[in-house]
Design a protein around this ligand. Structure first.
Ligand code: ADP
Ligand code: GLC
Length: 485
């Protein structure tokens, strides 16, 4: 029998995206359809989402969803079912999904995402005629209260369904002062350390982790790392307490969106047997980023400009990178101070460093298809998708050995080179020296033509499509549904 799952996510590729969560939420429906699961995606109705939805059918209305009128719209995400929460007071505003145009988080984010979770719990409980679900899959803190509503304030007379929460990033926890608690519409019993209470406040992600039937995160290594204070960021105790219920399931990539043989954003498509065609893409990157034309090593970065991503450390090794013959094309946005460091480096090294501040999906594809190596010196990385796109596009990943980066890249150490299995370059915990050395290793390996080519072909052969991970999610869903029955 087809399992029916409601996937609750604050972004989904094709509708709205700020990072990898969108890629994953956008790819899950197809990944799970292949496993006999019908996944319905539920997202907030930000203006961009409503615009893409067009004229849509109203399935349900709320007079007062956390105090505000709202309605549920039906649509499609590709070929898969989509539900959208339209609530003017919560989502009809200019800016990003979580912050205004200047990057400041909305003051009422707790209400916006509590309402979203409340609505999800209603839908899962059977509030909408003709739409029933066997399980709810919540993503990140924005959907963290879903298991809390299911447990403490379920839809009256509704069905009791199991839930899974996936942690895409422990650094964002949705932590709010205790005085919002009475406004959430949960019963007083929810206010305990076994419920939504966290360090004296309300913890959205913590609540989800505490109350979901299973916790997953997006790589096996990160699932281990979050047991420590360094990576658990205050929630390691919850991870440890729920240890048998914690699973690491690696993200896959959506091969319909990311296929170098057939990518409309590339100047030239290519396969592992036709790597020479990449040169055209390299020329396109040089032109777009104002770089000198050269067959020397071209590094790329496609990233949020943040501390997590180690971008401050990278900014400090750029003179070295240029000094040993490298060039860099960087696309990213985030912390203004870090952006400034890169703009200053570009001014110091015209023709060698090109920087584009902003968000540009086609340009991201172009960089993967034309760059020689992608730099990802993250301090922590739950999974990371850009290294997976790099592997698929023969843009050799240069990464730190953490989280999903540790699980997906095989370092070109002598043993791996001798065995012919290396796919990239890893460094230990990110530091100026480690990154300097990693960049030097990349330049040295690049100079050894056939060795570099072998890295590229190995990378392209590595399979990070959704097959195995889709099966792992489906198996987990099945287990939880059977437990509940
Ligand atoms: P995170 O979600 O932590 O930002 P991931 O590597 O999982 O990291 O996912 C990042 C996603 O966002 C990838 O699809 C990447 O290509 C994309 N991305 C990041 N920055 C930009 C940018 N400036 N322009 C276009 N795409 C970007
Ligand atoms: C988060 C993480 C990233 C992960 C993505 C999708 O944004 O930072 O590592 O790939 O979620 O799971």
């Amino acid at each position: 029998m087809t399992m029916k799952v409601l996937s609750v996510a604050s972004e989904a590729a094709g509708l709205v995206k700020t990072g990898g969560l969108a890629d994953v939420a956008g790819a899950l429906p197809a990944a799970l359809a292949a496993q006999g699961v019908e996944l319905t995606t539920f997202v907030p109705g930000y203006p961009a989402v409503l615009a893409k939805l067009g004229k849509a059918k109203t399935l349900h209305t709320w007079d007062a969803l956390l105090g505000t009128p709202a309605r549920l719209l039906a649509g499609k995400l590709g070929d898969h079912p989509l539900l959208v929460l339209d609530a003017t007071a919560l989502f009809a505003r200019e800016g990003g999904p979580y912050a205004d145009a200047s990057g400041r988080d909305w003051d009422d984010n707790w209400r916006r995402f509590a309402a979203f979770a409340r609505a999800a719990a209603d839908i899962a409980g059977g509030a909408v005629k003709g739409r029933s679900f066997d399980l709810v899959h919540a993503h990140d803190w924005q959907a963290g209260l879903v298991p809390a509503y299911l447990r403490f304030a379920p839809f009256p007379g509704g069905r009791d369904v199991p839930s899974v929460i996936t942690i895409h990033n422990m650094a964002f926890q949705g932590y709010y002062p205790a005085d919002i608690f009475p406004q959430l519409g949960l019963t007083p019993e929810a206010w305990t350390v076994d419920g939504v209470e966290a360090y004296g406040g309300v913890g959205f992600l913590k609540a989800g982790m505490q109350l979901a039937d299973a916790i997953t995160t997006v790589s096996p290594t990160y699932a281990g790392e979050i047991r420590s204070a360094q990576f658990g960021m205050g929630l390691e105790g919850v991870v440890l307490a729920r240890s048998p219920r914690v699973h690491g399931i690696l993200n896959g990539i959506d091969t319909a969106e990311w296929n170098p043989a057939n990518d409309p954003h590339l100047a030239a498509g290519f396969t592992a047997g036709k790597l020479a065609a990449r040169r055209k893409n390299k020329r396109a990157v040089e032109q777009a980023f104002g770089l000198d034309r050269s067959d020397g090593p071209l590094f790329v970065v496609i990233s949020r400009m943040t501390w997590q991503k180690g971008m401050d450390v990278l900014a400090g090794v750029l003179d070295h990178l240029v000094g040993i013959g490298g060039r860099l094309a960087l696309l990213g946005a985030g912390d203004a101070a870090i952006e400034q460091q890169f703009l200053a480096a570009a001014a110091r090294h015209p023709g060698r460093i090109g920087v584009r501040i902003g968000y540009d999906e086609p340009a991201a594809h172009g960089l993967q298809g034309g760059g020689d190596a992608i730099l990802i010196p993250s301090r922590f990385e739950p999974c990371g998708l850009t290294q997976l796109y790099g592997l698929a596009y023969a843009c050799v990943p240069v990464v730190s050995r953490t989280g999903g980066l540790a699980d997906t890249v095989i370092d070109a150490n002598p043993a791996a080179l001798a065995a012919g299995v290396a796919t990239g370059i890893q460094m230990n915990a990110v530091s100026h020296d480690a990154l300097t050395m990693a960049v030097s290793r990349a330049v040295d390996l690049y100079a050894q033509g056939p060795v570099w080519k072998r890295l590229q072909t190995n990378a392209m052969k590595a399979d990070f499509s959704w097959g195995a991970s889709g099966a792992a999610y489906a198996a987990l869903y099945r287990q939880l549904i059977e437990e509940q029955a």
